[in-house]
Design a protein around this ligand. Structure first.
Ligand SMILES: [Zn+2]
Length: 364
C-alpha cells in the first residue's frame, strides 16, 4: 500500500493492484490518443494515456472523499481510503445508525462523480477537441459518468445498493430488511456484470475486458454476501450482554499442575481458570485451547503457567460492556478467554470467545 496523502485527517492509499488498471488504460488509450491528436508522437500519446489513468484515479479518490467527508460530518470516523484494481473504497468505522445517514453518505460519492462529469463536459465545450487537453477532458467526462452510473446500480456493496437499503429501511422500519433486499439485488447486479463479461467480444481486448468484468462480478458477489452477514450480525449486537455470557472462574495459584487445576475446576463447576499471585491479584488467564492440547499423561507434570497467557490490559474487560463496544474490545485484543471484572476491579468471571461467537451466530 502506497500512502498518497491525508484528507480531512483520513489517509489515502494506492494498492499495488492499481498499477494493473493504470497499465491497461495506458496501453489501451495510447493509440486512441495518437489517432485523436494530429502530430502527436507515440511516446507522448502513451504519456498522455498514463496521465489520464492517474487523473482518473484522482477522480475516484474525490468520489471516495465525498463519502468520507459526509461520514465525518455525521460523526462516524473513517479508517482509510484505498484505491485498487476495481475502484476505490472508504473504510468507514461503523454502519450508519439511521437511514437518513446511510442515504447521505452513499449519495455523496456519485454526486462528486456527477459534478466532475459536468466540469469535464463544460471544459470540453471551450477546448479544441483535437488537442491533448481536449482528449483528456473527453476521457474524464466519460469515465466519471461511468463511475457515477455504475455505482448507482441498486445492489450492495455499490452506492446504489446503500441508497436502496436506506429506502427499504425507511419504509419497512427495519435495517435488516433493507440489507436483505439490497444484498439480493447486489447479487443480481454481480450476475449481470459476469454475463456481460462472458458475452464480450472475442478480440484480445474483449478477453481483457471480460476478465475484468468477471473479477468485478466476483468482488460484487462476495461484497453483497459480506454486507448481508454484517447486517445480520448487527441485529444481534444490541442483545449482546457480558453478564449473560459470563462463565464462573476459578482462581488458583500459579504453581498448580494442569491435572490438579482441572480436577478443582470440574469439582467446583468452574469453566475458566485465572492464576493469582500471593496477594490474590489476577496475573494470567488459562487458554482453554492450550490446556486442552496437553495429553492426559503429561497433565500431572505440566505447570499451569505453561498454558496461561499473562493478563495484558486488553484481556481484562469491565462488566457493563455490551453490543458494539464489547465486540470492538474483543477485536482489539484477540484471545480465547478474557477476565471480566466488576466496576470496582474485583473479578466477576470469564468470557470465552466461543460463547460470544455462539451468541453472534444465533446458535444459543
Ligand atoms: Zn461510492
Amino acid at each position: 500500500m502506497v500512502p498518497v496523502g491525508r484528507f480531512f485527517g483520513v489517509p489515502v492509499y494506492f494498492a499495488p493492484s492499481w498499477l494493473i488498471i493504470a497499465a491497461l488504460l495506458t496501453i489501451y488509450y495510447g493509440p486512441i490518443v495518437r489517432d485523436a491528436v494530429p502530430g502527436v508522437s507515440d511516446s507522448t500519446a502513451y504519456l498522455v494515456a498514463f496521465a489520464y489513468a492517474v487523473l482518473f484515479a484522482l477522480c475516484v479518490v474525490a468520489h471516495e472523499l465525498g463519502h468520507t467527508a459526509v461520514s465525518l460530518a455525521l460523526g462516524t470516523p473513517v479508517r482509510r481510503v484505498v484505491i485498487f484494481l476495481l475502484g476505490g473504497v472508504s473504510e468507514i468505522e461503523r454502519d450508519p445508525q439511521r437511514p437518513r445517514d446511510e442515504f447521505l453518505v452513499a449519495a455523496a460519492g456519485p454526486l462528486v462523480s456527477i459534478v466532475l462529469t459536468g466540469l469535464a463536459a463544460l471544459g470540453y465545450q471551450f477546448i479544441d477537441h483535437a488537442t491533448i487537453l481536449g482528449v483528456l477532458l473527453a476521457l474524464l467526462l466519460w469515465s466519471n459518468l461511468v463511475v457515477a452510473v455504475f455505482n448507482l446500480l441498486p445492489g450492495l456493496p455499490l452506492d446504489g445498493g446503500r441508497l436502496l437499503r436506506a429506502a427499504v429501511w425507511t419504509i419497512a422500519r427495519s435495517r435488516l430488511t433493507g440489507t436483505r433486499a439490497a444484498a439480493w439485488t447486489g447479487r443480481a447486479v454481480a450476475v449481470a456484470v459476469a454475463v456481460s463479461g462472458l458475452v464480450a467480444d472475442r478480440t484480445s481486448w474483449g478477453y481483457t475486458a471480460g476478465l475484468l468484468s468477471i473479477a468485478l462480478a466476483a468482488y460484487l458477489w462476495f461484497g453483497a454476501g459480506q454486507s448481508l452477514r454484517a447486517g445480520e450480525l448487527l441485529e444481534r449486537l444490541p442483545a449482546l450482554n457480558l453478564l449473560e455470557l459470563l462463565r464462573p472462574g476459578l482462581f488458583v495459584p500459579p504453581d498448580l499442575s494442569v491435572a490438579e487445576a482441572l480436577r478443582r475446576a470440574w469439582s467446583g463447576n468452574a469453566r475458566g481458570l485465572v492464576l493469582v499471585d500471593s496477594a490474590a491479584r489476577p496475573q494470567a488467564i488459562v487458554d482453554e485451547v492450550m490446556i486442552g492440547s496437553v495429553p492426559p499423561e503429561r497433565r500431572p507434570w505440566t505447570s499451569l503457567v505453561e498454558v496461561a497467557r499473562p493478563l495484558e490490559p486488553g484481556l481484562v474487560l469491565t462488566l457493563g460492556l455490551s453490543g458494539e463496544d464489547l465486540l470492538a474490545a474483543v477485536r482489539a485484543t484477540p484471545a480465547h478467554e478474557y477476565l471480566v471484572v466488576n466496576e470496582d476491579g474485583s473479578p466477576a468471571g470469564i468470557l470465552a470467545v466461543t460463547d460470544l461467537a455462539a451468541t453472534l451466530s444465533g446458535s444459543t
